[in-house]
Design a protein. Structure first.
Length: 178
């Protein structure tokens, strides 16, 4: 897996430090609010499990499976909800956890949906932010690492569903794209 990488962009160490920093910020902001933390499947799975364990407050967890990339490099522009929440968000402080914000379409869609459903507050925490990819106006409230405009894999991010279980984030060598 790691041998398929042209370079490592975010190391395990940097992920660990980033998670710890975000965990502290989130703890300070969410203590006493019993937030509902939403993991956006599948990409956010590892980041969510790590970041909630860095939060020293009561949280409830739920999952939403959303996809817009399918197996390609480019966002289809259509955000599909493959699995919805179990929890009623009405009156809740909701924290959406994402692996990456690229065009911003996935998040914009989710934030609007959850506000429409009556959430008391909706905030977003993302491990990676790719501002150069933005197509819609959408910024996360908590950002881990700002990344350049490259196709990234690892720590949840996939290429054709693979590489998600790599413990760091990297760029694949061109020869593996075929
Ligand atoms: C990826 C990524 C984010 C979203 C970001 O998910 O995990 O959820 O795209 O892109 P955007 O800002 O352009 O919307 P994907 O659709 O690939 O589904 P996955 O998480 O199951 O891989
Ligand atoms: Mn995703
Ligand atoms: Mg994907």
């Amino acid at each position: 897996m790691i041998n398929d990488m042209k370079k490592i962009l975010v190391s395990e160490e940097e992920i660990k430090d980033t998670v710890a920093r975000l965990g502290k910020e989130l703890t300070a902001d969410y203590k006493g609010k019993d937030p509902l933390v939403i993991c956006v499947l599948k990409g956010a799975i590892f980041f969510m499990t790590d970041v909630v364990r860095a939060m020293d407050c009561n949280v409830e967890l739920d999952f939403m499976d959303v996809s817009s990339y399918g197996n390609g490099f480019e966002s289809t522009g259509e955000v599909k909800i493959e699995r919805d929440l179990d929890t009623n968000v009405k009156g809740r402080h909701v924290l959406i956890v994402e692996d990456i914000v690229d065009t911003g379409r996935t998040l914009r869609h989710l934030v609007e949906l959850l506000k429409h459903r009556g959430a008391e507050s909706v905030k977003v925490c993302t491990l990676l932010d790719k501002p150069s990819g933005r197509v819609v106006d959408m910024e996360a409230d908590y950002v881990g690492v700002v990344v350049p405009n490259e196709f990234l894999v690892g720590y949840g991010l996939d290429f054709k569903q693979f590489y998600r279980n790599m413990p760091c984030v990297g760029v694949i060598k061109e020869e593996f794209y075929e």
